[in-house]
Design a protein around this ligand. Sequence first.
Ligand SMILES: C[S@@+](CC[C@H](N)C(=O)[O-])C[C@H]1O[C@@H](n2cnc3c(N)ncnc32)[C@H](O)[C@@H]1O
Length: 183
Amino acid sequence: MRFQHLKGALAEVWKWKNGDADAFDWSLAIKLVTGLEGTMGEERPDPLRSALKDTGFCDVHRENPLHPGVFRPFDTVISAFCLEGACFNQGRSTYVIAMRNMCTLLKPGGYLIFMTYIGVTYYVGMDGKEDPDNLRLDTDFVLKSLSKAGITVLETSEFKTPDRKTCKYSDVKSILYVVGRKA
Ligand SMILES: C[S@@+](CC[C@H](N)C(=O)[O-])C[C@H]1O[C@@H](n2cnc3c(N)ncnc32)[C@H](O)[C@@H]1O
């Protein structure tokens, strides 16, 4: 299952699944990943397409983020760079609640694979201006929010972003990857 907040993004996913001529071309990304996995040359887009069974709307600010959908709790949830966007400039208490809402989607013993930007104080808007973000995530706070949501952290890795004079998208300081398990 693939859930999304933006309906336009879901429409793009369906274009790709249906093999539409004007669908986004993921071949470069697939080549990169299969290169890293050592599975280059295998036919990947078709198995990937058929692995995607369905899509749905998601809003992490709801107690049931998949409302009005009702699903059995999932074995694994992957969330990449979404919570910080959903909670942009809404403060840390909103983030803690959104994290808890998202983690209700996991069954006990289920795995969470979570990726987030750390240290963003602003994003660069379409107009090129800096849009301040009061969330200002740090690793310790993210890990505590996961723990409050009932997640036992099994593994973390953090990658510092290169020092740069100007920021094109945001002043992100590092990328945090977490693998956790629901108690
Ligand atoms: C920076 S994109 C990340 C997209 C993708 N996961 C990736 O890694 O490239 C941020 C995502 O957060 C999602 N988002 C924004 N508000 C949300 C909300 N209230 N609930 C759930 N997702 C939300 C957007 O739909 C968007 O897909």
